[in-house]
Design a protein around this ligand. Structure first.
Ligand SMILES: [Zn+2]
Length: 485
């Protein structure tokens, strides 16, 4: 099915944990719950005990301001928190403290946009709003949710700070959604508010409809990688039903990432079901222009700005620089590397980029890793480029070093251990050539009627040297010896 259908309407709600906050949104409990013993990072506030009083984490406000500025949103100077009421085991209070842009409330910030590029065409994905809310507890099942005999609840996650980013329904295909999430992830990384590579740090709900029909909301897409797949599946499902003359109900569906299908959870709940009302235990949040200005002044360089700068400073193509800046760690690695060696010029800037974006990135993708999971260091790529330039190793041999480089081994150590230095010593090569000639009289005889037989003799030398003999020198010597025969 074409992913570029004109009649598909998608809106995304992305929940991001601010994993770089040390404490939770409304209490001082440790927010770094991953790997901790269950139900050990708790206090009366995040357990929702009666009479406990929340207080806002100021740093969370600063982080939200950073993201709002990076996404070009309009920050509201006065906002309140609301109680979103619903009854579920992951929510001990019976309500979630969130923000609400109706009933006199306002989101943390309105509007904003992310520019994507798909098949060379730019498009602005317009945002509706971003707001802060608390994460519910984590439910743990044995195996699949459908077959687990019990549900365990870990309240360590309860009260961790989430930021929700809501787009307008302007995404026209699963491919656009993928590009949007790629850019969003990049911007979040540059703001320094969260590490979205952590499991569960990003969760997506998607509203999907075919123009003129009711929409379904697919919940629980628990990683960015799953979103495109879930959207494709859901669009196909809706089209099939319409083709068979059925009408689509408005409903909430669940993405089952094991079976890779969406399943109906319940008919869609409406906003009034949540009985939103103001959270009286928290004071209104006032954000002054001075504060916004201060956060703005400290805002790091964003990927779009960096792309322009890299393209200018290192003479990279738009394609190269845009790919390079996507992952901040990769871009940092690049800049550190090309500045390590003063002899590097335009040619090396491009070579370094190619090694990083082709060979290293391919290996990272294959192993489902990011740069910081490896011990790769920029100096290794600098050395690799030098060794190849000086003819000590071939590019092909260099490519076979990537695995060991990722273990942190220096290029000279890899060469020593593999003995993969290119043999360009003429005396050594001549010795192997003589051997090849003496051992293969039949091929030598052929050579005088068919000069192409020299290839077979060169192949014998390559076999003897495990591919290390310089092919150019070998051919020259072999020719000379055969003519002397
Ligand atoms: Zn707590």
């Amino acid at each position: 099915m074409s992913s570029n259908c004109q009649d598909v309407i998608i809106g995304l709600e992305v929940h991001i944990q601010l994993t770089n906050l040390k404490t939770k949104l409304f209490c001082s409990c440790n927010a770094d719950y991953r790997g901790a013993n269950p139900n050990t990072f708790n206090c009366p506030i995040c357990l929702g005990l009666p009479g406990s009083l929340p207080t806002i984490n100021k740093r969370a406000i600063e982080f939200a301001t950073r993201l709002a500025l990076a996404l070009d949103c309009k920050i509201n100077n006065l906002t309140y928190f609301f109680r979103k009421n619903y009854f579920y085991v992951d929510l001990p209070k019976g309500f979630q403290i969130s923000q609400y842009n109706k009933a006199g409330g306002k989101a943390f910030a309105d509007g904003g946009k992310i520019t994507i590029k798909l098949n060379g065409i730019k498009k602005d994905i317009i945002l509706n709003r971003i707001h802060l809310e608390e994460d519910p507890a984590r439910l743990v099942h044995k195996g699949s949710i459908a077959t687990s005999p019990y549900t365990l609840v870990d309240y360590n996650r309860s009260g961790v700070c989430l930021i929700e980013i809501v787009t307008e329904p302007v995404i026209a295909s699963p491919g656009e959604a993928r590009e949007y999430l790629k850019q969003l992830k990049s911007i979040v990384q540059y703001t320094g508010i969260s590490d979205l590579d952590l499991t569960g740090a990003a969760r997506v709900d998607a509203n999907i409809s075919i123009k003129g029909h009711k929409r379904s909301e697919v919940k629980n897409i628990n990683s960015f990688k799953e979103v495109e797949r879930a959207l494709k599946w859901e669009i196909q499902r809706q089209r099939h039903l319409l083709k068979r003359g059925k009408e689509l109900p408005q409903e909430t569906r669940h993405w089952d990432d094991k079976r890779r299908i969406t399943i109906s959870l319940r008919s869609k709940e409406f906003e009034e079901d949540y009985r939103y009302f103001p959270e009286q235990d928290l004071v209104p949040i006032v954000i002054t222009e001075d504060f916004i200005q201060k956060v703005n002044d400290e805002l790091p360089e964003m990927p779009s700005e960096r792309s322009v700068r890299l393209s200018r400073d290192y003479n990279l193509s738009e394609f190269d620089s845009e790919n390079l800046v996507l992952d901040k760690d990769i871009a940092d690695f690049y800049e550190e590397g090309v500045n390590l060696d003063p002899s590097f010029g335009l040619k090396e800037f491009k070579q370094f980029c190619n090694w990083l974006m082709n060979d290293v990135s391919r290996k990272l993708n294959e192993e489902n890793k990011v740069l910081k999971d490896t011990k790769l260091h920029p100096k290794q790529l600098v050395d690799l480029i030098h060794y190849i330039k000086e003819g000590k190793i071939t590019t092909k041999i260099g490519k076979s070093f990537i695995d060991e480089m990722m273990e942190g081994t220096s290029i000279s150590n890899i060469i020593d251990s593999k003995g993969k230095k290119r043999i360009s010593n003429e005396e050594i090569i001549e010795k192997y050539c003589v051997e090849a000639i003496n051992e293969n009289p039949k091929i030598v005889e052929d050579f005088y009627t068919n000069p192409k037989a020299i290839e077979a003799l060169i192949g014998k030398v390559m076999g003897k040297t495990r591919g290390q003999a310089d092919p150019g020198i070998t051919r020259e010597i072999m020719n000379k010896l055969l003519e002397e025969e």
